[in-house]
Design a protein around this ligand. Sequence first.
Ligand code: MN3
Length: 211
Amino acid sequence: MDKTYPYVLQKLPYSYDALSPVLGANTLHFHHDKHMNAYVENLNKALEPCIQFHNLSLEMLLTKLNELPQTAQTAVRNNGGGVYNHQLYFSILNAPNAGTKPSSALQTAIDRDFGDLDRMFSELKKAALGRFGSGWAYIVADGAGMLSICSTPNQDVPDLCKFVPLITVDVWEHAYYLDYQNRRPDYFDAFITLINWDVVSNSYESRVLLR
Ligand code: MN3
């Protein structure tokens, strides 16, 4: 996430069939190599003339959208958000039921802020199913380590000045159509078995608790 312009398509941290049968190799191929790649290419195209923004990290860039030239704002918002959201999404997944668990610090926060893991996921599911059209649902942490749910339309991101997104679920149809067609609830239920809790716990502890 700390890379700057020109952005490159980060490789998946696992093979294309690693998430099968929850998400098949065909889905990962199209989602990562085609959809995500298009966001990377279009972000670079939009930023090309904005030389004074070339040394900003993607996160910084997304918090300074209104400082960009007006003609670049929409393209950077859509494509920069697209890159940010997909980097997070692909980075927090591993093989179905890989056996990782939230760290004790993260589990403590989940229990405190939601009651337990099942209740956290039932709230996240409400946000994911309630998002009309295309968008994202997240578990985010604020500066005090408090967890909450949020959702964005299109490729918008949560307020990155206030929150560190820890988990996100892509509810654009391109994320699940080949495997689930119109069945977004089934996709969600299967998706949560892919979460790599080692990555999420590390992100919570290093980027939220220690910052
Ligand atoms: Mn997507």
